[in-house]
Each structure stands twice: as structure tokens, then as C-alpha cells.
Design a binder for this molecule. Structure first.
Ligand SMILES: C[S@@+](CC[C@H](N)C(=O)[O-])C[C@H]1O[C@@H](n2cnc3c(N)ncnc32)[C@H](O)[C@@H]1O
Length: 253
């Protein structure tokens, strides 16, 4: 997928806030080895570096463009290009932190217990993922992609998914000494003429745009833009409310 760090970082503050909220719930005072799984452009990795300056910090991501940005942002950390589906740490970390990445992977029933098993004894898996796949923004994308004009080219595109919260409890609780699960809806106030479209172009829309040539991408975006504007109208001052539910888990082995 064609991740573009600049586009993703257009909403850097809003995208960082759930990572800060997750980090606040990690109960480990001192750490030797920390992994940022699906580290993207490294802004969350930088949060981890500030919290545990003595730790050996490794960011893992599949995207060369994201890793290039992360290496520039944080030269003191180690970054590794790898697919999380096949990733195994050389030394078991005490913390695996993953913000807004694991929803891109399938098969959570095997992925989550596997990640937990990669931790050092007493270690923590801390994860945040979007939990808004039924929001109008996401439904509109799926409906457009399934419409006759696009279905033949976009049949294979998918925006990721998460399980219902009780499923994560069932998967992880038997292997944990402590498990904390929660959700938050961030009532984001965005500015600009097409803020929801701009937000989605940085992430959710990527699998739908990547298979298309530039002119077709523009046509897809032109069809989607008015639908999103109708679902998320700006207020009198020009701000657009874009509520975003996110799910969190902190699992201590
Ligand atoms: C939305 S970004 C989140 C980046 C960062 N964690 C943050 O919170 O800003 C998702 C990242 O997950 C990475 N990713 C998605 N699927 C992956 C996979 N199977 N293996 C490795 N990285 C993956 C993408 O390359 C992308 O950089």
C-alpha cells in the first residue's frame, strides 16, 4: 500500500492522542527492550523514547516510506522493515506497543495470543485500534467500492477490521495476569473544506486508491467527497465534527 507520511501526519495531533492515552495506562516503570509494532513515521516511537530513554527501542513497519521518515525523526532508535504477520523479535521485549496498526492484519484470533507469547515474562502488550468500521465514513467507502462502477477493480480492497471487545477478552485473559480493555470516542473537530476526505486519504482509503491509476483515483475521490460532506456537514464556523471510536487493550503476561 502506498503510505504517504506527509498526508498521514496532516492530522498528527489527533492521531497521536490515543497513543498518549494508551501509554498512560502502561504500568511498567523501567524497561530494557521496547518494540513499536507498525511504527509508521515514528512519532509514537518518539513518545516511547521519551518515556523510557534507557530502553533499546525498535520500530517495526512494512512501509519503506514510513520507515525512512521514522529514521530521520529518531536516529537513535533502531527500525526494522518487516511484515508483522511473520515478525519474531530476536530478544523478547518487555513491551510491545502498537498504535493504529493491527487492524490492518487478519486473523486476530491467532495474532494476539502469538504477540503475547513473544513477550518477556511479566511483559505487556499495549494496543490501540480504530473501532469505527460501521461509521458513515467507512460505510460510504465500502458502498462506493461495491457499486457497479467500481466493483470490478476494487473487489479485493479492504480497510481492515477488529473483533468485538469480548473476543479479545476470550483470546487474552487465559494467558494474562492482568487485562484491561476499554474504548473511547474522540469527538475530533477538523478544519478545511474536505477534512474527512483528507483524513481518510491518509489511511482508510489507501487500499481503495492504490489499485487505481491517478485519473481514476481522482474520479473516486470526486464521487466520495459530496457523500462525506453530507454525512459530516461543517458548522457555521466551518469546523467539522468527525467522531472516531477507538478500542484499547493492555495485556500483562
Ligand atoms: C496508521 S499507521 C500507524 C503508524 C503509527 N503507529 C502511528 O500511530 O502513528 C499504520 C502503520 O501500520 C503499518 N502496517 C500495516 N500492516 C502492516 C504489516 N502487516 N506489517 C508491518 N507494518 C504494517 C503501515 O505500514 C503503517 O505505517
Amino acid at each position: 500500500m502506498g503510505w504517504e507520511p506527509d498526508r498521514y501526519l496532516q492530522f498528527a495531533d489527533e492521531r497521536l492522542r490515543p497513543a498518549q492515552d494508551l501509554l498512560a495506562r502502561v504500568p511498567l516503570p523501567a524497561l530494557a527492550r521496547v518494540v513499536d509494532l507498525g511504527c509508521g513515521p515514528g512519532n509514537v516511537t518518539a513518545l516511547l523514547a521519551r518515556r523510557w530513554p534507557q530502553a533499546k527501542l525498535t520500530g517495526v513497519d512494512a512501509s519503506a516510506a514510513m520507515l525512512e521518515r521514522a529514521r530521520r525523526a529518531l536516529p537513535e532508535a533502531r527500525f526494522e522493515q518487516a511484515d508483522i504477520r511473520h515478525w519474531t523479535p530476536a530478544d523478547a521485549p518487555e513491551l510491545i506497543f502498537s498504535n493504529a496498526a493491527l487492524h490492518w492484519l487478519d486473523d486476530h484470533p491467532s495474532l494476539f495470543p502469538r504477540l503475547l507469547s513473544r513477550l518477556a515474562p511479566g511483559g505487556v502488550l499495549a494496543v490501540q485500534m480504530p473501532g469505527n468500521f460501521d461509521a458513515p465514513s467507512h460505510r460510504l467507502i465500502r458502498e462506493l467500492a461495491a457499486s457497479p462502477a467500481w466493483a470490478d477493480r476494487l473487489a479485493g480492497a479492504r480497510m481492515g477490521a477488529v473483533l468485538e471487545m469480548p473476543a479479545y477478552h476470550r483470546l487474552l485473559a487465559p494467558h494474562c495476569r492482568h487485562l484491561s480493555l476499554w474504548e473511547s470516542t474522540y469527538w475530533q473537530t477538523l478544519g478545511g473544506p474536505t477534512p474527512v476526505l483528507d483524513w481518510l486519504r491518509g489511511t482508510t482509503l489507501l487500499p481503495y486508491l492504490t489499485p487505481l491509476p491517478a485519473d481514476e483515483q481522482a474520479r473516486l475521490l470526486a464521487e466520495l467527497a459530496p457523500q462525506l460532506a453530507a454525512a459530516y456537514p461543517p458548522d457555521a464556523g466551518g469546523s467539522t465534527l468527525f467522531p472516531f471510536r477507538r478500542i484499547f487493550l493492555v495485556a500483562a503476561r
